[in-house]
Design a protein around this ligand. Structure first.
Ligand SMILES: [Mg+2]
Length: 191
């Protein structure tokens, strides 16, 4: 057997395996247009009790500290379903706190997603485990990747607005490689 051919064969196989693993980590379990379209009854039936929720472009527009009434009502509905929620943002404190205080839920800022630390912190705050917590956010490389690394249920929402941090805009180009293959859920629970 040609040694060089088998060497390149092994390397290609390893890259392929790594690529498949990475692709799995970047894929959300559910993809919806907005928070209000998340099928809360289904989540509850699956045993989910805690929700780790991103702030920018998931709950509010980027840089804003005010919330649309529709979103505010959705958070109220979470309580009716018995879900506990925690805001987890890579952004700095004040605005995250302001929104979380308004919603009456705990918060974690400077989370460093997709690193695992903040996700562990959030489950501790929520009093839930990895098997009954979901992550909701608008970014594949922070929210989805971070949640999948811990085996949490991951829900990707479409960003509220195209206005965002310039670094995020660059990352969106790579995100499109993943999201263009995703099928939007047609749940309209909030409507
Ligand atoms: Mg975001």
């Amino acid at each position: 057997m040609d040694c060089r051919a088998s060497f390149y064969g092994i390397i290609s196989f390893k890259f392929l395996k790594l690529g498949c693993k990475m692709f799995k980590l970047l894929n959300p379990d559910l993809y919806v247009r907005s928070l209000t379209e998340i099928p809360l009854a289904d989540l509850k039936a699956r045993g989910i009790r805690g929700l780790i929720i991103d702030l920018d472009n998931t709950v509010t527009e980027w840089g804003r500290a005010t919330i649309d009434n529709k979103i505010y009502l959705w958070f109220k509905k979470l309580k009716d379903y018995g879900f506990k929620a925690c805001l987890v943002s890579n952004n700095s404190g004040k605005r995250v706190q302001k929104v979380a205080d308004f919603l009456g839920i705990p918060w974690i800022s400077r989370a460093g997603k997709p690193r695992k630390r903040a996700f562990y912190q959030a489950t501790a705050v929520l009093g839930t485990g990895l098997n009954n917590t979901a992550v909701i956010g608008d970014q594949v490389f922070t929210d989805v990747l971070g949640g999948n690394r811990l085996g949490l249920l991951t829900i990707l929402v479409m960003p509220i607005n195209s206005r965002e941090f310039f670094g995020t805009k660059l990352v969106r180009k790579f995100e499109r490689l993943v999201t263009r293959r995703l099928v939007l859920s047609d749940s309209n629970e909030g409507e």
